[in-house]
Each structure stands twice: as C-alpha cells, then as structure tokens.
Design a protein around this ligand. Structure first.
Ligand SMILES: NC(=O)c1ccc[n+]([C@@H]2O[C@H](COP(=O)([O-])OP(=O)(O)OC[C@H]3O[C@@H](n4cnc5c(N)ncnc54)[C@H](O)[C@@H]3O)[C@@H](O)[C@H]2O)c1
Length: 322
C-alpha cells in the first residue's frame, strides 16, 4: 500500500485517482486544514496531523505501507514571509516527524513534493536541476532544506527518495470530479476564471515592464494530471530499487500572464476585466523548467496543452464539487 500525505489537497487528490488506476492501494492521511474530504474519491482515509507521532505510528502499524507520497505542506509564499514559523514547523518539523516514523516502521521510499521555489531568481532559462539553489522566501527555503534532509537520511539510513520540483500546477480532472479549490486562492488561472464567473471584480497583473516579450511574467504551466502521472512513474522508479534523484516537473514552455488571460477570454468567450499594477517584490520575470531529466529518467511526457489546462479548469469552476 502507498501512503499519500495531503491526499485531500489539489495535487494529492488527482494523484490518488491515478495511483488507483495504476493498481496501487492508497491510504490518505490529511488533517483537512486546507484539503477537502470529498476530494478523496477512494481508498482509506485517516484524519490526522503529520505532527502527531502517535497517530502516524498507529497508521504504519495498521497498514502494510511500502512507500510514501508526501504532499502535505503549507504552500502560500506570501504567508511564509510573514509567518515563517508556521512554514518551518509544518514543512520541516512535521515532515521530519514523518521520516522518523517511516524509518521506525522500516519504510524507506518517499516521493516528495518540492517546488521550483528552491531555485530563487533564475540565472538561466530553462532551469536545469543543477541550477544553484537560492530560495528567496521561507516557503522555498523549507522545500530546499527538506531536500537536504532527504539527502542526509539517504546517506545515513538508506532512505530512497524522488524529489519532484513542480513548476505551476494547473488544470483539473477532465472527467470533472476533481479540481482546484484553494482558500485563499493565489494562482493565476483560478483567479482569472473566477473573475470570468463574476466571483472577483478584476485580475491584477503584477508588473508589465519585465524583460519578457509582452512585459508580463512568464511561467511554465503543467497540468495536474500530468503531475499525477509523474508520481506514478516515480513510484515505479523507486520500487524498482533505483537511486534517489531530484527532478523538475515542467513542460519547458513558458506563457506570459497576458497570454494566459487572452486564452482564458477565448475559452470562456467573454471579456475578463484586468488591470496592470505594480510588480511584487521577489517575482522573477521568467520561470521555465528544463524537463529533460524527468523525460529521460521517468519517461515522463506531459501532454496537456495550456488550452487543455484552461478548459479543464473552466469546466471545473462552472460546477465545482467542493
Ligand atoms: N500547487 C502548486 O502549483 C505547487 C507548486 C509547487 C509545489 N507544490 C507543492 O505540492 C504540494 C501539494 O500542493 P497543493 O497545491 O495540492 O496544496 P493543498 O493545500 O491543496 O494540499 C496540501 C494538503 O496537505 C494537507 N496538510 C497540510 N499540512 C498537514 C499536516 N500537518 N498534516 C496533515 N495534512 C496536512 C492539507 O489539508 C491539504 O489537503 C505541497 O507540498 C506544495 O508545496 C505545489
């Protein structure tokens, strides 16, 4: 069985579906601080906090866990700047708690949700995994530190890991049963589509004189189902006895904020109010992954286009289930 931490969240719930399709039996642990119980469409569910050693110990005694897919974390960059204690406690201390309970139970394989935030301001585009790690906020630091903890546990205790550095996750399950439901929402595509639905007044474009073709920030959007697929492949990779590795998960193609808004307007078939405002400190002009290593090592080929990302998300927001 596979333990999925944070399986009631956005990327975790989509991955659970894909794990089940691939024949795995998942157990989700989530404290539901941000997740939705309704998003766990199948498998066992344990309502617990990763900081609760006793609950985690019981969970590992109750289920024959082979490997862990670890999504549970806090992920609001802005909040991490004002409340770093919260981020280091959850993303590091509670994560460390999980690793220690795993080792005690003899479980030595983990897939970790890392982020392109480990790189900080890019020195080259596309960004390879070897790019220097200079995170510029506590959220990115927490992901970078946890990767270093994993490397130390690998060296000392033989813990094997795949750290997956996601770029911008977006989109929804094409069948319509799952989607993104973050409260508060900070991601561009949900904000634009919620504006199209009239749930928000306007989209604010932070910065319009960046050194990019149209002056707005460029990001690498990857469909959540392509991310889910990468986790299934990473699991097979680990279960085959392969070595620990860190991999970018991005498409290698960047789209600007204006391009995203334009495509959303076409898909929703209506104008979406937007306005240029001051840039946010610490927002790099461009973040685009080099995805070559994940393609080589996992044979991962993300196949959803930006148009499909937006259409599946639009489909979800018109009839969200939670
Ligand atoms: N969404 C993105 O674009 C993105 C990009 C890069 C990395 N990531 C990483 O991917 C992971 C999942 O992101 P998401 O967008 O699905 O977030 P999410 O908030 O939707 O999911 C996280 C889940 O973890 C649970 N959780 C948090 N702390 C917990 C704890 N102490 N004990 C038990 N459960 C806990 C929450 O209730 C939630 O269900 C996170 O680690 C995030 O940092 C996300």
């Amino acid at each position: 069985m596979i333990l999925v931490t944070g399986g009631a969240g956005y990327i975790g719930s989509h991955t659970l579906l894909r794990l089940m399709d691939a024949g795995h039996e998942p157990v989700t642990v989530d404290n539901l601080c941000y997740g939705h119980r309704e998003a766990v469409l199948d498998g066992h569910f344990v309502h617990a906090d990763l900081g609760d050693q006793q609950a985690l110990g019981t969970l590992f005694e109750s289920f024959p866990i082979e490997a862990v897919v670890h999504f549970a974390a806090f992920c609001y960059v802005g909040e991490s700047v004002t409340s770093p204690d919260k981020y280091f406690n959850n993303n590091l201390v509670n994560g460390l708690n999980l690793l220690n309970v795993m080792l005690k139970a003899g479980v030595d394989k983990i897939i970790f949700s890392s982020s392109c935030a480990v790189y900080g301001e890019p020195q080259e585009i596309p960004i390879p995994e070897t790019h220097p790690k200079n995170p510029i906020n506590p959220y990115g630091l927490s992901k970078h530190f946890f990767e270093q903890i994993l490397a130390a546990y690998n060296a000392a205790y033989g813990l094997k890991y795949v750290s997956l550095r996601y770029f911008n996750a977006a989109g929804a399950d094409p069948k319509g049963g799952l989607g993104e439901s973050h409260h508060p929402e900070t991601h561009l595509i949900p904000l634009v589509l919620q504006t199209a639905l009239g749930h928000r007044d306007e989209v604010r474009i932070f910065g319009s004189s960046y050194p990019t073709p149209d002056g707005t920030c460029v990001r690498d959007y990857v469909h959540v189902c392509d991310l889910a697929e990468a986790h299934v492949l990473a699991l097979s990779y680990l279960l085959s006895g392969a070595e620990s590795i860190c991999l970018n998960l991005g498409t290698g193609s960047g789209y600007s904020v204006r391009e995203v808004i334009e495509l959303c307007q076409q898909i929703c078939q209506k104008p979406i109010p937007h306005r240029d405002v001051e840039p946010r400190p610490g927002d790099p002009p461009e973040l685009v992954a080099s995805g070559d290593l994940a393609r080589q090592v996992l044979k991962w080929n993300p196949h959803y286009s930006l148009e499909e990302i937006i259409s599946t998300a639009w489909n979800w927001y018109q009839d969200p289930k939670f």
